[in-house]
Design a protein around this ligand. Sequence first.
Ligand code: SF4
Ligand code: SF4
Length: 275
Amino acid sequence: MRIAITGGKGGTGKSTIATALSYKLSKTKKVLLLDLDVDCPNDDLILGIKTEKVKDVETMIPKFDYKKCVKCGLCSKVCREHAIVFVKGNFPFVIQEQCIGCKACKIACPRNAITEAKQKIGEIFIGKKGNITLIGGKMKPGIEESSLVVNAVKKFSEQYKNYDYVIVDTAAGTHCPVISALIGCNMVFAVTEPTPLGHHDLELILKLAKKLKIKSYVILNRSDIANKKIIENLARRYKSKIIAEIPYSKEIEKCYAEGKPIEHTSINQIIEVIR
Ligand code: SF4
Ligand code: SF4
């Protein structure tokens, strides 16, 4: 079973839940935890897992042959990422960090003046502790498109079979890397807080899960900091429900600060739903 822990808003405690769930499940089952929050992966820190890099993630980047280039600017025109700068009368050049390696420029060039070079955009790491195998990705700073690293981690992890549960810790938001992470999941747990911002971002993620036809459940973190009615109503509207509530607790914050997985009765409630 593949379960995503996600949430429209950052800082709601996705990684806290993903690691706590993995830790609890791993007491009796084999767990593969994918840290797909590739901009700032931190599951290894929370679980105290020592990781090592196994692979670079690379993409194609255009290399210009200025002997062949006739300065037509077509490559720049077709680049949807605005990664090729072209000024009339000059040779084009590429802004590496913006290129996503789609090859459109190479295909469009009428003079075959573009060949493929490679650029590193991130790396894949792995670590193990007890019954948990952690695989994650880390973006190279400055690179903009993180879904390429998310997809590379997913592909790499396919060779790791025979796990009882795959827990997917996604980035915040509903953009491409989150969509990539959610594809293939059987269940989505959306972590949120009872605040207007939590409500706004939860609606986006519930809408996305509905579009992807994945059953969604809501986990209400810091459930006692405000009135939870708005979240209950929203969950009902999307045929979802709140399956666990985690009150604000100094003990939980302390676990987080000390890099330890939290232990709370709500984690058992989530496991009940999974089973
Ligand atoms: S499309 Fe080809 S020929 Fe035209 S500017 Fe780009 S590299 Fe040069
Ligand atoms: S490979 Fe795609 S993103 Fe990169 S420069 Fe060419 S068209 Fe732009």
